[in-house]
Design a protein. Structure first.
Length: 425
């Protein structure tokens, strides 16, 4: 508490700082500093107060937040200051329009005369604990990889049968059916009804999901619900439902609430749709768009084929215009003459080689005949062989009575030696 020391002067009004606000008069007023100090000392005695209201403004400057809170039943408002050290301890999704409970302490700035409240804690009304648990669960599931885009399954281009989990006779069901049929009139649905809020929401949704996921004809499953406050959407952030969706083999589309609604189901589903209407548009293609695309592709194919045929025809005409193809007879005649000349040269060369080889053969035959013993026999000579086949060269080797074989030019003669040796021998 600030202490003011009075220093009165006799015959004069007391100094303003020495006059307490409750003792001030027109002749003895208090000072602004004394008034502000008194106010500060008074409000500092209130301590921490828990107050409920709605955030009407939320401005961040240099890590600190300057906000205003409005009473939920009147127009009364207060100013709030949230220092950066406190901001790290409160939910990070707070913003304008949130219904909150805050622990505040009055803070009066003497110099400026501004009155505000410093926030030491803040949470959502009725949802604070649940939202904190959801944020912890969100962080855990993200760490486990359940939000990883790589594990998400691709939706079929044109599903033959769409599984739909929604409330019975709900607007979400009508929106999905109507918009899907407008885009693809032959689309078929298998709808499983489940409570979309309250205690029955999670078990009934789990049962419906199990039935549709087990049906081999179902190509994609849509879980749809209209908008609502965060309390009514808590079932779609239940850990059991989130893990069941992650484990499903059929692609799943989450269409819960509106664009600003963000349950955990949106993060783990294979596709998040902002609304049930958006889900219908993203699950089935637009037949008009597909027909236009087919027509465009056919036109492009026709153009490309026409261009290719035109190019090939031009190339063929260019080839046919060349002299070799336009009039090939002179070239063929010239080549035929060359072939005839080469054939004649080939015959002459072979004939010459045969004649030369024939003469050489005759000469070799004559030489061989001149050297052959048969030629000697033809001139009247004879060859005498002993019984063992040895040629008789000396008459002394054939005493009288020796059997001989006399070979002449034509045949052989058997004879016997008389044993006489002539002088000429």
């Amino acid at each position: 508490m600030t202490v003011f020391h009075a220093a009165p002067v006799p015959g004069e009004a007391p100094p303003a700082d020495s006059v307490a606000p409750r003792e001030s008069t027109a002749d003895a007023p208090t000072s602004v500093a004394r008034l502000n100090g008194t106010i500060r000392d008074f409000v500092s005695q209130w301590g921490t107060v828990w107050v409920e209201g709605e955030i009407t403004s939320w401005n961040t400057r240099a890590g600190n937040v300057f906000a205003r809170m409005k009473d939920t039943r009147s127009d009364a408002q207060i100013s709030l200051r949230i220092w950066s050290s406190v901001r790290a301890r409160i939910p990070n999704d707070l913003g304008v329009g949130d219904h909150v409970v805050a622990a505040v302490k009055a803070d009066y700035f003497v110099k400026a005369g501004d009155f505000s409240f410093a926030v030491s804690a803040m949470k959502h009304v009725g949802l604070g604990d649940q939202l904190e648990r959801l944020e912890r669960l969100r962080a855990q599931l993200r760490q486990e990889g359940l939000f990883d885009p790589a594990r998400k399954k691709r939706l079929p281009f044109l599903p033959h049968l769409i599984g739909l989990i929604t409330g019975e006779r709900s607007d979400a069901e009508k929106d999905v059916h109507r918009n899907a049929e407008l885009r693809w009139p032959q689309v078929r649905f298998r709808t499983e009804y489940a409570a979309v809020q309250g205690d029955r929401c999670v078990p009934e949704t789990l049962a419906a999901l199990a039935r549709l996921d087990a049906d081999p004809e179902v190509d994609v499953i849509v879980i749809a619900r209209g908008g609502g406050d965060p309390q009514t959407l808590l079932g779609f952030s239940d850990e059991r439902l989130v893990r069941a969706v992650a484990a499903a083999t059929t692609p799943i589309v989450s269409a819960i609430g509106h664009e600003n609604d963000h349950p955990l189901l949106d993060d783990v589903a294979d596709l998040r749709a902002s609304t049930p209407t958006d889900a219908a548009k993203r699950v089935v293609p637009d037949v008009g768009e597909q027909r236009a695309l087919v027509a465009q592709l056919r036109a492009r194919a026709t153009t490309r084929l026409t261009q290719r045929l035109t190019h090939d025809i031009a190339q063929l005409a260019q080839l046919r215009s060349r002299p070799v193809l336009r009039s090939p007879d002179p070239i063929i005649d010239g080549r035929a003459q060359e072939v005839l000349l080469l054939a004649a040269r080939g015959r002459d060369s072979v004939t010459r080689r045969l004649d030369t080889a024939g003469r050489s053969t005759s000469e070799l035959r004559a030489s061989l005949r001149a050297l052959s013993p048969a030629a000697t026999l033809a001139r009247g000579y004879a060859i005498a062989h002993l019984e063992g086949g040895a040629i008789l060269r000396d008459a002394a080797d054939a005493p009288a009575g020796t059997a001989l074989t006399i070979t002449v030019d034509r045949g052989s003669i058997a004879a016997r030696s008389d044993g006489e040796v002539s002088e000429d021998a």
